[in-house]
Design a protein around this ligand. Structure first.
Ligand SMILES: [Cu+2]
Length: 660
């Protein structure tokens, strides 16, 4: 039986494998139909048999295979978790394209070794703490009118409360902004529909400004906060001066999303631990986890940020740690911050593509709850509340605020959308993706098993005003049984799912070997305008021609007292100058410009044992300063295999010992 079906399928496969990828091959395909198909089919059948592949396997392989020279249709930007970086991959192949260095030094890109990138890492220091790792959680692409525009990417660091700006022209981090108020963050970095603001909300409450206060004063002194970082698109940087914040009650704020279309001007933040549990396991008190799970309802925070912005501009804020902050009593009284119950231990908080509803998944509940934004706005307008919390913040009645609930399974987390009115919720405890209609939410639920413990979920442009459908990725926390073992620290697993058919269809597993990714976004590749070479002498951080650029024959070595400036160029296959001699203790700055103009002609530059390492893409300029404190003889060389004469691309850095 199976053999018979296989032959039929393979006959089709023989044709589609030739004709399926472009009409330019149609003529060839027709020729082969009358001549070579059966031969091709037989060999494919043999291959399937030899590799023990089913028809479904082969179909999935054909849907994800991208032949050499062809490019993927989408980019995924995935948080790199504890690696502190961002992973970039292509869809449908799931090939890894780049790791963007963000919060941590990265050798290949020379990130954190030259003056400019070191300066960006320095920006991310918190007070006097030099922080060189991050727990990257939520990448968010810049938007125009609620749709991805492919210009910038923002990511947050949960552990150290920071956000970073990545420019998608050169896939480089351009800014790291430490949050002066929060001790940690989670609801970030989410953008408003025209990227007016990048929203970053705290996670674990602490006194604003991270001052000391004993835990006995938790309710009085500990607070949450939502920071609205003003984004200056022309400069491509967050404008810290024009940014502001809102004080929040000391619940544990979690994920956030900005309203869009009808709900533009509003933002929504989940919270859990409305019990304000603080543990005390050694003192016989319940741990936070059980203390925080007593109430059936936590609170969705509903924020009118446009009105909050007006209040800040009207001087209703106070200043904490140099930042303008709207106090709770102001926001509560002005209808800027309102709460509504949400079941139970909520996590995802996702605005529907039409901007009319927010979907919330409660980890300890079985439902996706759909809140009606128009109803909530009307309740706030009419001041129709069922009470206030301990901090005087008005609370809307749950039943008045929702459209309804859908039973999706045990442990719903996050929801994304397609172009046909379907929502897809990741269901953690059941390890499934649940498909349901957000337009007619009584419809039955389809479920797809994933392996295992799905956390976040993403679909093609699935959190914009116009989702693409087509693909979905389950981001799974565990991967046992899936890959060759690599020791007790397993990779995580992205599973690509095809959404084009009647039923969801799993296509491919992609191990993620460099930390626990959290959130990701998938954008149509043709929306990005990526540079392949810099204008000669460009300092990539400033985006300008560097004043010390050595392009145009300005090479040479200048000495001013004990300061030595080396103006150097790199081109296949030599450096100029290639011999540098300094005195022990000199302050050396190497101003290094790549004179290459051709795509993909990258050089690198290192001085052995001096911790000097930069990557020199075509046209790029780097400045490298250090003290020549170790006398000796140090080869310097190009670290990127650039031509047949790459090994000849070297020179000597000599440090003459001080006369004793
Ligand atoms: Cu080279």
């Amino acid at each position: 039986m199976r053999g018979h079906r296989l032959v039929g399928f393979v006959a089709v496969l023989g044709i589609t494998s030739i004709a399926g990828f472009g009409c330019e091959n149609k003529h060839l395909a027709r020729q082969n139909q009358s001549t070579g198909v059966l031969g091709a089919s037989a060999s494919i059948a043999d291959l399937m048999k030899a590799r023990n592949l089913t028809e479904a396997d082969v179909e999935a392989a054909l849907k994800t295979y991208v032949p050499t020279g062809k490019k993927d249709e989408y980019y995924i930007f995935a948080s790199g978790g504890q690696s502190g970086n961002v992973n970039v991959m292509g869809v449908p192949s799931m090939r890894m394209l780049k790791v963007i260095a963000v919060f941590t030094p990265e050798s290949w890109q020379g990130w954190g070794y030259g003056n400019e990138s070191e300066k960006i890492l320095e920006q991310g220091n918190q007070g006097n703490r030099k922080i060189r790792w991050a727990d990257v959680h939520h990448p968010n692409l810049s938007e125009t009118k609620g749709d991805y525009d492919g210009e910038f990417l923002f990511v947050n660091d949960k552990a150290n409360a920071r956000v970073a700006v990545v420019d998608l022209e050169d896939f480089m981090t351009k800014q790291i902004v430490p949050n002066p108020l929060a001790a940690s963050d989670h609801g970030g970095a989410f953008v408003t529909p025209n990227t007016e603001y990048v929203i970053e909300t705290s996670q674990y409450p602490a006194p604003l400004g991270r001052e000391y206060a004993p835990l006995s004063q938790y309710k009085e002194k500990y607070r949450g906060v939502a920071v609205f970082w003003k984004f200056d698109r022309a400069k491509g940087r967050i404008d810290v001066e024009k940014s502001w914040a809102m004080e929040l009650p000391p619940y544990t704020q979690d994920l956030a999303d900005a309203g869009k279309l009808d709900s533009d001007g509003w933002a929504f933040i989940n919270s859990f631990n409305t019990e304000m549990a603080i543990g005390g396991t050694m003192e016989g008190k319940p741990p936070v986890e059980s203390g925080a799970s007593q109430n059936d309802m936590d609170y969705l925070h509903v924020i009118n940020w446009k009105k909050a912005e007006e209040l800040v501009n009207a001087g209703k804020s106070t200043t904490i740690a140099g930042m303008r902050v709207l106090p709770i009593d102001v926001t509560a009284a002005e209808g800027v911050l309102t709460l509504v119950g949400e079941p139970k231990s909520p996590h995802g908080c996702d605005v529907t593509p039409d901007g009319k509803a927010v979907v919330v998944g409660g980890k300890l509940d079985t439902h996706a709850t759909i809140y009606d934004i128009a109803k909530m706005k009307a309740l706030i307008e009419a001041k129709k509340f069922e009470g206030k919390d301990d901090f005087g913040i008005p609370i809307m009645a749950f039943k008045d605020a929702i459209q309804g609930q859908v039973e999706v399974g045990l442990g719903p987390l996050h929801t994304v959308f397609d172009d046909k009115g379907n929502a897809y919720t990741s269901v953690f405890i059941e390890s499934v993706v649940a498909k349901w209609s957000w337009k007619n939410f009584q419809q039955p639920v389809e479920k797809l098993s994933v392996h295992y413990n799905i956390g976040h979920i993403l679909s093609a442009e699935g959190d914009t005003v116009s989702p693409d459908g087509k693909y979905l990725v389950a981001m799974n926390k565990m991967s046992m049984d899936r890959f060759l073992p690599v020791g007790p620290l397993f990779p995580q697993n992205f599973q690509l799912v095809d959404l084009t058919g009647e039923k969801m269809r799993l296509l491919i597993d992609m191990p993620i070997p460099n930390a626990e990714p959290h959130y990701s976004q998938m954008i149509k590749a043709d929306k990005l305008k990526v540079l392949t070479a810099y204008k000669m002498g460009t300092n990539p951080i400033s985006g300008e021609i560097d004043p010390h650029s050595a392009a145009g024959g300005k090479e040479g070595i200048k000495r001013d007292g004990n300061k030595v400036s080396v103006y150097m160029t790199a081109i296949r296959s030599h450096f100029k100058p290639d011999q540098i001699e300094v005195e022990e203790g000199d302050e050396v700055t190497i101003h290094l410009t790549s004179l290459e103009t051709a795509d993909d002609q990258t050089h690198g530059f290192t001085i052995d044992m001096y911790n000097v390492n930069v990557s020199l893409e075509p046209g790029k300029h780097e400045n490298i300063s250090f003290i020549a404190d170790t006398p000796g003889t140090f080869p310097m060389y190009c670290t990127e295999f650039c031509s047949a004469l790459h090994l000849e691309m070297m020179g000597y850095f000599l440090v003459k010992p001080k006369a004793k």
